[in-house]
Ligand binder design. Structure first.
Ligand code: ZN
Length: 154
């Protein structure tokens, strides 16, 4: 089971078992729902944005270990970032897990996401790992309709 060895590292198992920021805030300013029908992952991301800064980020949902751990890691990394920084992190993370990142990652926080880079060998799992980030991006845009990993333009 090389997939298990590559993907289910200790950090991922820990975040799946005890997801960080797994709650529904009382008054989020932005929220979006995401759906990965291929795996059955569902996530709702809640943001509290003030003066262009993500003051709070939380999520709810259910899914596989990869999607839950990725969402948990995402909340830790995005909290306190400016909106444009959060978008840039998504772009870099997407490149990492799809294998198009040309250079090593020099961002200390993105470095934490390296535990998820093993998914690049498993296209199904890339969607699990990126679902919460796509949903974050939708929340940042204020998109009301649920996002799906099966819509074109992923
Ligand atoms: Zn999944």
């Amino acid at each position: 089971m090389s997939e298990l060895r590559d993907l289910y590292q200790e950090v991922i198992l820990d975040h799946n078992k005890r997801p960080r920021n797994f709650r529904r805030p009382e008054h989020p300013t932005h929220e979006a729902r995401g759906d990965n029908p291929l795996c059955g992952d569902k996530v709702t991301v809640y943001l509290t944005i003030e003066d262009g800064v993500v003051k709070d980020v939380a999520f709810e949902g259910r899914g596989c270990a990869i999607s839950t751990a990725s969402a948990s890691l995402m909340t830790e990394i995005v909290k306190g970032r400016r909106i444009e920084e959060a978008r840039e992190l998504f772009r870099r993370f997407h490149e990492m897990v799809t294998g198009t990142e040309p250079e090593g990652i020099d961002d200390e926080d993105l470095d934490k996401l390296q535990v998820l880079s093993g998914v690049r060998e498993y296209p199904m799992r890339v969607k699990c790992a990126t679902l919460s980030w796509h949903t974050l991006a939708a929340a940042l845009e204020g998109v009301a309709a649920p996002v799906s990993t099966e819509k074109p333009g992923d």
